[in-house]
Design a protein. Sequence first.
Length: 388
Amino acid sequence: MKGLDRRRVVSVWAAAIASLPLLAAGSQAPVPPGPAIVITEPVEGGAVTGEVRLTVVVTPPKTAVTDVTMSIDGRELCALTRAPWQCAWDAGRDMREHHLRVVATLADGQRLVANRRTAGVDVNESIDVAAVQVPVIVTDAKGRFVKGLKKDAFTLLENGKRQRIDTLIDDALPLELIASVDISASMEGAMPQVQAAVKRLLSRLRQGDTTTLLGFNETIFVLAEREQDPALRDAAVDGLVPWGGTAFYDATVRSLELVSQKAGRRGVIIFSDGDDRHSVGRRDDSLRRIEEGQVVVYTVGFGEGASEQFRGTLKAFAEASGGRAFFPRRPEDLEAAFASIFDELSHQYILSFVPDGPADGGWRTLEVTAKCDGCRVRAREGYRAAER
């Protein structure tokens, strides 16, 4: 790696430290530069029940900290003003997934954020997994979004057989947005305008909406996870520093992994300006993950750098989920593309049904219609019933 690229690595580490993956005790984890907050208990991905101790450390040890706030699943658990930074928590008897968020305020006003998720399965989550969620967009003859439809206005067919729609979710529920931005070296000239466009996109989010922001080149950086604070979202966008190559397929899979498994309005935006030359995974594997997923994916191919083959991939990935692909040529065209995507995400209906028969990995067709004058419905044409 060239010297310039090394300096850029440091810049990304400094911005992304709050969400870098942590290793178990005794492992050799990389030590990032600058102040950082590190969650030591509970471990990433571990299951928790009963009385649990939450523990964080701030590095370097002499960093001046004024307070540390810990939250569980969006609810503040404790606020501490002095070390040790520990808090007791009753995780309950059920082995459920939880999201831990820690914010440390430094004496100079800087804020550090760390996120951690625990694993778990309970009866309610098993029901959510069994149900298939189908994002749907409904427009009238003039292309305007149709709002206010009820469950009985829709008809859903799987493999030609009508299914009972169990639930309908509309725009009353919060939106979970996953935004993945290409930070390869070819983005250097356009990055300031890209950052501005992403910030304007995130400024449209409502209170309660969340953002997970990824930057990717040949590595993937989680800069914010399910973040609701506008200032912290903007700070994460400022951490997008271009260097290296492009691993688009790996970033696609990682984006889908970060989507919550609970029912709700969810969307993934993946932005890239060039062909994938560094992914470990393959195109077909990434496409299969989209087919197995239950979230709408929008792809944005920027500029002139992408080949026709890669543009075809972007289109295939989006359409497999019921989303769309956009190909803005100039930085000033980005805002219009992002605005169109956000408008669609803001007017989603999410239909859910429990399919017949066990999941066998096979392809199942979907057809959705709505009873309203001149309505046009866009939804994914099918899904792969992945074994779980």
